[in-house]
Write a protein that binds this ligand. Structure first.
Ligand code: SAH
Length: 220
């Protein structure tokens, strides 16, 4: 039997979003394919569904936001995934990026500290047909030891420093992407593990909500 496409709805706007990403310089075909396969409208509140395929960040409730698609796309390109990797995502939020990752990696583990968001993300991921995803409610600054080491770790909230447990849970050759800096302005840092050495490259300015936890920011 031929599997049905994940969602027929919004096929046109989704295609136009993929074209917009290409115009903004996204070249990785696997990343573009993941955007084509992922129904973003399932991951945002129904009241703003009509805005799902704009290249803009949108509110998802509980004071959090779903990032701009072109931001997700640039970050996903930087991970250089080939389809077999084990990936840890910190900050599930809406679950949209988790769904994108599910098309790009072998297994995706994602952690979120706000329980209400995780429940909605779980339902949306199910509706989107993502199967290789495991979710955990808790403090992602501690990582998820049970499934470590990870070939890639993607942190979608900003931290004053790089949480030590995440570096410890990074595989040899693994790539960690994390926005580091102040509460309002950060730099996106790429950390690559080479044996015991860590190579850090600062990629670009970034603006994310705070990573709140033991190795992040204290609760306000
Ligand atoms: N990638 C998400 C973006 C979510 S915003 C999306 O596209 O929808 C960042 C998320 O990180 C928020 O949902 C926030 O609750 C979560 N977060 C903040 N600190 C965290 C922590 N210590 N552990 C896990 N999640 C955290």
């Amino acid at each position: 039997m031929v599997a049905r496409p994940v969602s027929h709805r919004f096929g046109g706007p989704r295609g136009r979003l993929v074209e917009a990403l290409q115009e903004k310089g996204i070249k990785d075909l696997a990343v573009l394919r993941a955007f084509n396969l992922t129904p973003r409208h399932l991951f945002i509140p129904p009241a703003i569904e009509h805005r799902a395929y704009e290249d803009s960040a949108l509110p998802i409730g509980n004071g959090q936001t779903i990032s701009q698609p072109s931001t997700h796309a640039r970050y996903l390109e930087l991970l250089h995934l080939t389809g077999s990797e084990r990936v840890l995502e910190i900050g599930t939020g809406s679950g949209y990026q988790t769904a994108l990752l599910s098309h790009l990696a072998g297994q995706v583990f994602s952690m979120e500290r706000v329980g209400a968001l995780l429940i909605r993300a779980r339902d949306a991921l199910r509706a989107a047909g993502a199967r290789n995803v495991s979710l955990l409610s808790g403090d992602g600054t501690l990582g998820w030891r049970d499934y470590a080491p990870y070939d890639a770790i993607l942190v979608t909230a900003s931290s004053p420093d790089i949480p030590a447990p995440l570096v410890e849970q990074l595989a040899d050759g693994g790539r960690l992407l994390i926005p580091v800096g102040g509460r309002n302005d950060q730099t996106l840092a790429l950390i690559v593990r080479c044996g015991k050495e860590l190579e850090r490259t600062d990629i670009a300015p970034a603006r994310f909500v705070p990573l709140v936890g033991t190795h992040g920011w204290p609760k306000e």
